[in-house]
Write a protein that binds this ligand. Structure first.
Ligand code: S3P
Length: 439
């Protein structure tokens, strides 16, 4: 099997202005909601990464015509809430937890059976968190005995709305239940112990669905139809985060990131870096289809400082935490991260993957069940394993800016799931990176 490794020379500086690809969470939802809508929707700024392409292929396999006019421009011919067709084979959702958890809800409401499968990483991730409440709604859905994919769904006699208090704050669970709720009788309500991203609520409204939401709660009535709407997807703050950290860790850096989505349920990375001493200016603030967007001007301090990062801030920056570990490794003092146990069930165990990698580079990074204690220091060069996790791979690639010697990062092909073109974009901005296929 061919494995893609990154080789990154030590040092350098990021500079200039750039735009990272479209938001992954928003791109998934745009395809799904446009497919379920009545009429034709155009999606621009679509993330043509493997995860979102899995969602696109799954809807095509259920009879939805989706024209790909360019890498980032889709025209979706919606089939309406009841217009999906039975797929001929299992729907392969690759590495994508968002596709699997949202679609398990949506498919629970269909009159046909379906099977959802994924790669080795996705097949290890917890699915009971969505399957159990779906069963409470009447869904007929099976997992493996370990509560993992494959998921087998057969048509339910009927779905009934529930008011569900979720033990985890998870946008994927909330969204899966709201999508099932469209097919249920009554008002489906999801309450959560913290804040999760609210793209589903915002975009369903743009498609004409009435959604009630407030702090930690979202609800909708079943049977509401979606009406076609055009979606302009902002640049993904989770992808921008690698460049924000890359600029933050090299004194003297100044970098402009254009058109980044700064939804308040996703903007924790801005607050974290500011507290560490980074100057981040939000320019040209605007609203794009119900999502706040800005250009971010990031300026490095002469020295980053260590901070404490607790659960509330972690939830607003959950996908950016691997990059935060790198900022912490370059800061003065010990950064203490707590309340971050969800990192252990992402595409890899991100606490273990980041602490192991940082230790291999000579940084004291002590893993805790729910976080880590990272003491800033000098990064040696060497080899780290990304464990096939896109965000681990990109975090260590950026770390090379502050390393004493080159870094080799193993198993990086999955960067394409969320950030196609990363090597080229990062290279253009000043990172001395190459991708080397190894047999
Ligand atoms: C996502 C929600 C988050 C996030 C994931 C994408 C989404 O997970 O980590 O990368 O698009 O809904 P949770 O379901 O744990 O909130």
């Amino acid at each position: 099997m061919t494995m893609l490794n990154y080789h990154v020379e030590a040092g350098g500086q990021l500079a200039g202005a750039l735009q990272v690809p479209g938001d992954k969470s928003i791109s998934h939802r745009a395809v799904m909601f446009a497919a379920l809508a009545e009429g034709t929707s155009e999606i621009t700024g679509f993330l043509s990464g493997e995860d979102c392409l899995c969602t696109m292929r799954a809807f095509r396999a259920m009879g939805v015509e989706i024209e790909q006019l360019s890498a980032t421009h889709l025209r979706v011919h919606g089939v309406g809430l009841y217009g999906l067709k039975a797929p001929a084979t299992a729907l392969d959702l690759g590495n994508s937890g968002t596709s699997m958890r949202l679609m398990s809800g949506l498919l629970s409401g269909q009159k046909f059976a379906s099977e959802l499968i994924g790669d080795a990483s996705l097949s290890r991730r917890p699915m009971r968190r969505i399957v159990e409440p779906l069963r409470q709604m009447g869904a007929q859905i099976e997992t493996t005995p370990a509560g993992t994919a494959p998921l087998r769904i057969v048509p339910a006699t009927k779905l009934s709305a529930i008011s569900y208090a979720s033990p985890v704050a998870s946008a994927q669970v909330k969204s899966g239940l709201l999508l099932a709720g469209l097919y249920a009788e009554g008002i489906t309500e999801v309450r959560e112990p913290g804040i999760s991203r609210d793209h589903t609520e915002r975009m369903l409204r743009a498609f004409g669905v009435k959604v009630e939401s407030g702090a930690g709660v979202a609800a909708l009535a079943g049977g509401q139809r979606l009406h076609a709407a055009d979606v302009a997807v902002p640049a993904d703050i989770s992808s921008a985060a690698f460049f924000m950290v890359g600029a933050a860790i090299v004194p003297g850096s100044e970098l402009l990131l254009r058109g980044v989505g700064i939804n308040p349920t996703r903007d924790g990375i801005i607050e974290i870096l500011r507290r560490m001493g980074v100057a981040i200016e939000l320019r040209n603030l605007r609203d794009v289809g119900g999502e706040p967007v800005a250009d971010l001007l990031v300026r490095a301090p002469s020295q980053l400082r260590a901070i404490d990062i607790g659960h509330d801030l972690v939830t607003l920056a959950i996908d950016e935490m691997p990059a935060v570990f790198i900022a912490a490794a370059c800061a003065q003092g010990t950064t203490v991260i707590t309340g971050a146990e969800e990192l252990r069930v992402k595409e890899s165990d991100r606490i273990a993957a980041m602490c192991d990698g940082l230790e291999a580079l000579g940084i004291a990074a002590l893993a805790q069940p729910d976080g880590a204690r990272i003491t800033g220091g000098s990064l040696r060069g060497g080899t780290v394993d990304s464990h096939g996790d896109h965000r681990i791979a990109m975090s260590f690639a950026i770390a090379a800016l502050r390393a004493q010697a080159p870094l080799t990062i193993l198993d990086c092909a999955n960067v394409d799931t969320s950030f196609p073109g990363f090597v080229e974009l990062a290279g253009g901005a000043g990172l001395k990176i190459s991708a080397d296929p190894q047999s």
